[in-house]
Ligand binder design. Structure first.
Ligand SMILES: [Zn+2]
Length: 296
């Protein structure tokens, strides 16, 4: 047993010998240590979507020992999901994704308390859903939900991670949820007309892409909980898997943002008509920002 683990065993952090062993590669790091591991075990994180992005997010947060993991999804596992949604297996086809995901987590790490939310995120349930969670990870696959998550988390001051994927491209950022931070509407004030941007079901997605983007979201989540490093708050990270390039673009906070600006038009999610619209006005002619949708 390492010195750090022995030290942790003698501390009052309530880590038992099994946990010291399981999380030993965290505990021996100065930037995590027993305190960081305890923070992870005490954290309550909500993952929206147990699909392409949700799978690696759930997988790594469970392995890292995030003590309470909420999982919200109302879909069933389909055979065409298995090309990328790696927490579900062949025998899970036809089962609810929340059940399959919860079984996966239990098998990986019995420390984790999984809260299953078998529902589709909507304006009438999101406020109760996110209430009490320390951090929200958005792995959903449509613009209506993306805006709803942004508005609800921003208004509630709950930090959240955004990720999306399209064919070979992905984007990820973190919104800290405090007064100085931008939100998704600072970048894209409104969703685009329905049907303008295809989703994964119609356009396809490279199977490993959500693995990369979801792992980046999980990394941001862990860093937020242990309070280490620089987060993506205030910038969007674009990933192009074909060219194997990452590009980080600043997201300025907008004074006239309809949610987090000086005189916000949106004071509640009930002020907005969230539709199934799936496109977005990228806010001008900035060619450096790919149009991206869908993280199914
Ligand atoms: Zn904003």
């Amino acid at each position: 047993m390492s010195f750090r683990c022995e030290e942790a065993l003698m501390s009052d952090l309530d880590l038992d010998p099994t946990q010291l062993d399981r999380y030993s590669r965290h505990i021996i790091m100065d930037d995590v240590g027993p305190e960081g591991q305890k923070a992870l075990l005490d954290a309550e994180v909500l993952v929206l979507g147990a699909g392409g992005l949700g799978a690696p997010i759930i997988q790594y947060l469970a392995a890292a020992g995030v003590g309470t993991l909420g999982i919200a999804d109302d879909d069933e596992v389909e055979l065409s999901n298995l090309q990328r949604q790696v927490i579900h297996g062949n025998d899970d086809v036809g089962r609810k994704k929340v059940d399959s995901a919860a079984d996966f987590v239990e098998q990986l790490n019995p420390d984790i308390d999984v809260r299953k939310h078998e529902l589709r995120v909507r304006p009438d349930n999101i406020e109760d859903l996110i209430d009490g969670y320390d951090f929200v990870v958005d792995g959903t696959d449509n613009f209506a939900t993306r805006y709803l998550v942004n508005d609800a988390c921003t208004l509630a001051g709950i930090p959240f991670s955004h990720g999306s994927i399209f064919k070979f491209e992905g984007q990820v950022t973190t919104f800290a949820g405090d007064d100085g931070s931008p939100c998704y509407r600072c970048l894209f004030p409104e969703a685009p007309p329905a049907g303008m941007v295809p989703n994964c079901a119609t356009a396809g997605v490279l199977g490993v892409l959500p693995g990369t983007v979801g792992c980046l979201q999980a990394t941001e989540t862990v860093k937020h909980i242990i309070g280490e490093g620089e987060s993506l708050d205030g910038s969007m990270l674009f990933f192009d898997a074909l060219d194997m390039e990452f590009d980080k673009v600043e997201i300025p906070k907008r004074d006239d943002c309809p949610v987090c600006g000086d005189d916000p038009a949106i004071e509640s999610v009930h002020d907005v008509e969230y539709s199934a619209s799936c496109a977005i006005d990228v806010g001008g002619d900035d060619e450096s920002e790919p149009e991206i949708e869908a993280s199914d």
